[in-house]
Design a protein around this ligand. Structure first.
Ligand SMILES: Nc1ncnc2c1ncn2[C@@H]1O[C@H](COP(=O)(O)OP(=O)(O)OP(=O)(O)O)[C@@H](O)[C@H]1O
Ligand SMILES: [Zn+2]
Length: 648
């Protein structure tokens, strides 16, 4: 029961809620029932059937409608007199600028991606509005609070980077099903249905053994006289048969590994395959979702298909893409909600797995791996939403002393499901909330402005509409509303090496990079470096100067006993600590735990590797083998052993 002063603060508060999904639905309900009266809610999505099991404000009849609007209507049914303003929009739209943010007393995030979270963080800092940030991954979750000048900001700690796999493991030597999924999704699917101009590491060889670059025919191009079935068989034979035969010629590779088996349509399927394959075409109606499973009469997504069933699905899905989804071809990126794409990727991954002697998986499992899905747990969302409201109330009352970051653990430690931790102070070298410049080591003679913009400014710094200045000279800008000739001029400049720009960027140059939409600016000191290690520094540049505070001075101390952990994950804390609060070495300050919120946003990535580095200590293959492909570290159920176990 809220006290009088709490109720006053609640009644007066203007709250901005971003995201009306799993956490958002719970949050809106809890805010309304706690007495909040003025809530602005932004969500860019419409309701999908898959949301209904946990986003309880939505019903089947709402599918296709704006989440923000339906959530508002649902809550007004039991709290008719409060003011909820729904907005079906992207929080990154320019209208949600710093002035907009300033209208609110607190911002509450129920988002599901790093990009939007960083954007909100920057605007909250600029507008000086406190932010309560949240995330859940299955049974795990956390609520963190970010108040400018009092706590760290959301970006003070580097976020976990996406899981990457060495290119050679993916293209040549898969040893786990996830490698086959990454191959099927990021290479084969992208090659067949994605942007033709993008770089792709899939071996594109023509059937006579020469590399396609030296040969007139590209197997992936469909000839005009080739019908979809023939084309599908050609692709099958090429990627599962011919390419494997070519790989087998490299005997070195197979000395210490099991050899893969080349697979050809003629061996895997009966001769009359093509007729069989297309014979159920009539079962696919115009209105229904295009699906090779239903076309072939396979119903249960939890069944593990045989090699021949996977082969049929592969050929049928490819045929259906050509015949029914022609307009999408060339623009597709894998989407876990695209049934035909999931079927194709499952089948392709399973056929490859079969070739390499890796156990096959069901469509349900494959979809989970391909879409990085950790199944959402409604109760975790409800707990997290409750905690968001508790922290929001403290903020509204100005009770900053008692703010807590709270972690929801899957396996309660010392009978505690929730672990509250005092917020950590701001990282003095955070490039977002402090003015600390970054340092970029780059080959200024060979790296193009485009590389700098894409790899550093957009990917690493998360800017969308950047403006790059060299002193008072504007080098580059991107974003909507630029004149055509300006855009054309920048397009030319992008292909120039940094040192050859009209205002040359060389060692010692300080660049200022700004994103006006994010009200965010930072300086980057440029240091020329001639060479980079292709394997360890695949970007060909290294951004430094953004040091997590944990690296230097923070260590976990539990009951007076320090450990050497540099950047503790929540589970390590559970493992080693008897206390809820964890003191830094410096007495009187407390440290918070590393973030888990991005775990769910992880994507599988591929990084380059050379082919002869097996056995090397730092070889990615070895790292990956030990690492077991995991994103989330959890504790073993048995508290005695307290071993770390990993959750895929
Ligand atoms: N940039 C953004 N602007 C506005 N809303 C956003 C933005 N990014 C994400 N969201 C919203 O945040 C919500 C996150 O909710 P949740 O994590 O439950 O995801 P979901 O898409 O509803 O479910 P799932 O991904 O599990 O199918 C979504 O409703 C999504 O539309
Ligand atoms: Zn910061």
């Amino acid at each position: 029961m809220a006290s009088g002063s709490q109720l006053e603060a609640i009644k007066r508060a203007k709250v901005l809620m971003v995201g009306a999904g799993g956490i958002g639905c719970e949050l809106l309900k809890t805010l309304a029932l706690s007495g909040f009266r003025d809530i602005y809610i932004i969500d860019m999505d419409t309701i999908e059937v898959s949301n209904l099991n946990r986003q309880f404000l939505f019903r089947q009849s709402h599918v296709g409608q704006s989440k923000a609007k339906v959530a508002r209507d649902a809550v007004l049914k039991f709290r008719p007199h409060i003011n909820i303003t729904p907005c079906h929009a992207n929080i990154k739209d320019p209208e949600f600028d710093v002035e907009f943010f300033k209208k609110f007393n607190v911002v509450l995030n129920g988002l599901d991606n790093l990009d939007a979270r960083r954007h909100v963080n920057r605007l909250c800092l600029a507008a000086e509005v406190p932010l309560v940030e949240s995330g859940t991954t299955g049974f795990l979750g956390q609520v963190t609070v970010h108040v400018k000048g009092k706590t760290e900001c959301y970006e003070c700690q580097p976020k976990p980077t996406p899981k990457t796999y060495p290119v050679c493991t993916i293209t040549s030597t898969p040893s786990k099903f996830v490698h086959c999924i990454v191959w099927a999704k990021d290479l084969l699917f992208a090659k067949l249905f994605g942007d033709k101009n993008q770089e792709n590491d899939l071996n594109v060889r023509s059937s006579d053994g020469t590399n396609s670059t030296n040969h007139t025919e590209d197997v992936f191009e469909r000839r005009t006289d080739e019908d979809p079935e023939q084309y599908a068989c050609k692709i099958y034979d090429h990627v599962f048969g011919y390419n494997i035969e070519v790989a087998l010629t490299n005997e070195e590779t197979w000395k210490s590994r099991n050899k893969p088996r080349p697979l050809y349509v003629r061996d895997v399927l009966p001769d009359n395959l093509i007729q069989q394959n297309g014979s159920l075409e009539n079962s696919v109606t115009e209105e229904s979702v295009v699906s090779s499973m239903s076309s072939l009469g396979l119903k249960n997504p939890q069944d593990i298909w045989s090699l021949s069933e996977n082969s049929k699905i592969f050929l049928e899905a490819l045929r259906l893409f050509i015949e029914r989804r022609q307009k999408d071809i060339g623009n597709l990126t894998f989407d876990k909600d695209d049934q035909l794409a999931v079927e194709f990727v499952t089948a392709a991954a399973n056929i490859r797995a079969s070739s390499f002697g890796i156990p096959l998986h069901s469509l349900f499992e494959a979809k989970g791996i391909a879409g990085n899905i950790v199944h959402a747990v409604a109760t975790t969302n409800a707990i997290i939403a409750g905690l968001i409201v508790i922290e929001a109330i403290k903020i509204l009352q100005g009770d900053f002393e008692n703010l807590r970051m709270t972690y929801c653990l899957e396996h309660p430690s010392r009978k505690m499901l929730l672990m509250p931790v005092q917020p950590f102070e701001a990282n003095k070298s955070c490039y977002v909330c402090s003015e600390t410049p970054l340092l970029l080591e780059i080959n200024t003679r060979t790296s193009k402005l485009r590389d700098f913009v894409e790899k550093i400014v957009k990917n690493k710094l998360g800017m969308h509409s950047p403006l790059i200045m060299h002193g008072s000279t504007l080098i580059f800008e991107a974003g909507d509303g630029l004149e055509e000739d300006v855009v054309a001029n920048y397009a030319l400049i992008l292909d120039k090496a940094l040192a050859e720009l009209p205002a040359p960027v060389t060692s010692g140059t300080v660049l200022t990079v700004e994103d006006l939409h994010q009200e965010f600016s930072c300086n980057i000191n440029i240091k020329h470096r001639e060479e980079f290690d292709e394997e360890k520094e695949p970007d060909g540049m290294v951004l430094a100067g953004w040091i997590a505070p944990t690296q230097k001075d923070a260590r976990i101390v539990s009951n007076g006993e320090s450990t050497s952990a540099a950047h503790p994950a929540v589970t390590e804390m559970v493992e080693k600590s008897d206390d809820v609060e964890i003191a830094r070495e410096k007495p009187g300050t407390k440290r918070k735990l590393s973030e888990m919120s991005e775990m769910i946003d992880h994507v599988h990535d591929i990084k380059p590797c050379s082919s002869h580095d097996v056995g090397d200590q730092v070889h990615p293959q070895e790292v990956e083998d030990n690492d077991d492909d995991d994103d989330i570290v959890i504790l073993d159920e048995n508290p005695e052993t307290r071993k770390k176990k990993r959750l895929q």
